[in-house]
Write a protein that binds this ligand. Sequence first.
Ligand code: SF4
Ligand code: FE
Length: 490
Amino acid sequence: MLMTGAQYIESLRKMKTRVYMFGEEVKDWVDHPIIRPSINCVAVTYDLANDPEYADLMTAKSSLTGETINRFTHLHQSTEDLKKKVKMLRLCGQKTASCFQRCVGMDAFNAVFSTTYETDKKYGTNYHENFKKFLEMVQKNDYVVDGAMTDPKGDRGLAPSAQRDPDLFVHIVERREDGIVVSGAKAHQTGTINSHWHIIMPTQAMKEADKDYAVSFACPTDAEGMYMIYGRQSCDTRKLEEGADVDLGNRTYGGQEALVVFDNVFIPNEYIFLAGEYDFAGMMVERFAGYHRQSYGGCKVGVGDVLIGAAALAAEYNGAQKASHIKDKLIEMIHLNETLYCCGIACSSEGHPTQAGNYEIDLLLANVCKQNVTRFPYDITRLAEDIAGGLMVTMPSEKDFKSDVKVGRNGETIGEICNKYFAAAPSCTTEERMRILRFIENICLGSSAVGYRTESLHGAGSPQAQRIMISRQGNLEAKKELAKAIAHIK
Ligand code: SF4
Ligand code: FE
């Protein structure tokens, strides 16, 4: 069953998810002005799947049931599927100019599916069957599942089991006949509050002493003992201003991050995917990170498309569109953005089947993709800000533009004065000019900058995490042999 965006939003109202923000519990979180844009953003992943125009990208045939499902719940069956995933994420980025959050779950499905298969093969456990049953339930109900990996980590120099506070990594506190009890937290977790379920994965490779930390499981978002503390975003309280519209830049969509706390949460056996087999923690991490690094070659490119369009409009509205340096800056932005897309498509085209049968990206290329994503969106935002001009950050508020308080010698209002001095090319109204500048501000510096800028740096792993993988996968020895052969060195 494919849900619509409206049905998805209604389904959230039935959940008893515990959310805290600004030091207080938020009861009506589905309609909270700071949270709602992130919910609208996920709703787009439903509405696009119901649109015949996008059915090929947004839906797939389930490998488990043969039913038509939302591609966000799909196990990739080919390199074609991997490429369609990247294109789907680009499309969603183009429609929202934000982080639409649902990809972390899709990336977790594909990583956990293949890792549980290999864990079972070695240990005779039943994790793969557990996972398949869980995913069938998810596909049937078209749920949003959050994939959660990053622990708070405490002292970075110490292993999970050596931390002063054992809760700094999610871990098993009790093993029972019917399941496990877990405690700990996941930090800066994307799309947690508006997910129906969570899949928890370990954050790094583990040694024997960290056995209790090598844990993966699924739990409903409103599980007893689970709660979230909402993350702040730049300019977030603008959303609380009455009648706010232009000043928000993007009033409909946005991303969401929070601290997710597990305070002695009970997980029944059927939802456990790893519980102590520490030698498989690293595999799960590497695969999830690989898929998510591929994802960025889609989602960030989609947001980049919108930002490039906004910069081109700002140039037009300023009357500067014919200047050769402006044209060249737009070309540079397109070049950088499409380079990221090339990386997303390349690591997908070079994918391969796992032992479990689903397809995995080429890990080296996926890491190169994400490494470029840690840089190019910064260059693209710099160029967008350059083209937009300083007014993007010095402009009066929309209340000023609408004010009828008289200030001028001849009785002109604040609104009239603002409109007089901020008018530009005749191709746009002053309000349209404000709108596009505020929109650029939103992506480069405002609440969407979490998704486009800083998340490009740290999301799916900070730059150094990719460099470690690039050094591991780069096969320097083979390259040395190439050089030796041609230089006639024995
Ligand atoms: Fe999806 Fe991109 Fe957001 Fe990650 S950052 S959840 S890939 S939109
Ligand atoms: Fe992310």
